[in-house]
Design a binder for this molecule. Sequence first.
Ligand SMILES: Cc1cc2nc3c(=O)[nH]c(=O)nc-3n(C[C@H](O)[C@H](O)[C@H](O)COP(=O)(O)OP(=O)(O)OC[C@H]3O[C@@H](n4cnc5c(N)ncnc54)[C@H](O)[C@@H]3O)c2cc1C
Length: 435
Amino acid sequence: MRIFGLILIVASVVFLAVLYLPYTAKNDTSAVISQFIGAAALVTMAWTQLIATRLPGIETVFGGMDRSYVLHKWLGIVSMAAILLHDTIDAELRGVRGPVLNDLAETLGELSLYSLLILVVISIAVFIPYHLWKWTHRLMGLFYAAGVFHFAFIGKAFANGDPAGLYTLAFSAVGILAYAYTLMPEASRRARPYRVRSVEEDGGATVVTLDPVGRPLRAEAGQFAFVSYDTDGLSEPHPFTISRVGDQLRFTIKELGDYTYRLRRRLRAGDTARVQGPHGRFLRNPSSRPEIWIAGGIGITPFAAWLTALDDDQTEIHLFYCVARQDQAPHLDEVTQAAQRHANVTLHLIVSQETPRLTAERVAKDSGIDPADAKVYFCGPRPMREALGFGLRMLGLPPKRYHYEEFEIRTGIGLRRLAAWVLARRDARTSQRAS
Ligand SMILES: Cc1cc2nc3c(=O)[nH]c(=O)nc-3n(C[C@H](O)[C@H](O)[C@H](O)COP(=O)(O)OP(=O)(O)OC[C@H]3O[C@@H](n4cnc5c(N)ncnc54)[C@H](O)[C@@H]3O)c2cc1C
């Protein structure tokens, strides 16, 4: 997440606070504070809508798309907390009566509050199937608009034409426009046409190669794109890392759900594709430091792209490729050959069915690199990322030199991990008492 984006959001709320300040002296202070909190929620929710558009420039301001989505999620949660607080602290100003639509504004405010609350709870419940989640998530903007109506027509300490009113309404307009943009049909979004050259299988994954129809996408190794096909059942865009960049694009896809299941069975050479992007900031930034690359299963995709794009820099690179079984290792031959071609690259294949799982200590021992001096790049399952990240930090790796890409755009708020931690503590205590 880019600190610049975060500062921008905080500044937009602080500026609103400054605009509200003069009204605290002339009115019931707690009511004005409550109104400010409600308006601040509209401002932060406008940011969440803007981030969801995936428009060019969003990643520059807020960081790679995976991080932008984390910010989007937490901003949504913070906004919800603010709305609840606004509802708890009485916001009614004595002697101030809103315009004609005041009563309707009040009703819509309540509707917005409870509907958004339900939708936010649904959003963070990761067990809800993606398709259901996606449709309920789309309703958010509608209740956001209800919240904006509430702000515009409820009795306030100032008029809509005053700076605080204009500022909040301007942000709200941006939020509503951004929401409308996310509702636009996929076909109307900017995308480049491609044609499927081949669909193959490698190490249990589906490997799709696309030829450009017209001007090709200019992507950097490590970036990803949203891809959809005109093939029946494959028209919904899904994000995949480009596992080989160039005029042709290659995607390596693990079967994880309905869409990826259908893709493997229905996609044929000659089918047409639409590619949106490129997105992502998982880019290699060579320096004098030795590099450790860790891939967990399908997490090999950005590293496969990096290896094909590797130039002559002599940085020492150790690639740890962790798989469950050797026949479940996509692009193993390609990666092995690349390591043979580049004297500075060493491949460590970790097959968990044959050897213990990778640990930070083993990374340090097998590579011969002190993590305190290294730069580490990780792509793979989140529990593996967290375990290795923790272990490497214990060995001296500064957190800012641990780079990773999230393959999950939709993440919870860590309740499952919290529950696991609580249960683990309880078990540890029970066994301590027993011994
Ligand atoms: C930045 C990024 C890079 C990725 N790169 C790769 C890769 O190189 N190879 C690979 O195999 N997988 C990759 N994935 C994961 C891949 O996108 C999902 O596995 C795939 O979309 C699952 O779809 P499904 O319907 O088959 O599975 P489902 O079971 O329906 O979905 C599983 C999860 O995938 C996500 N997902 C599903 N549909 C969408 C969608 N339309 N848009 C966004 N997310 C969705 C949701 O989090 C969902 O919970 C990447 C994901 C991200 C975010």
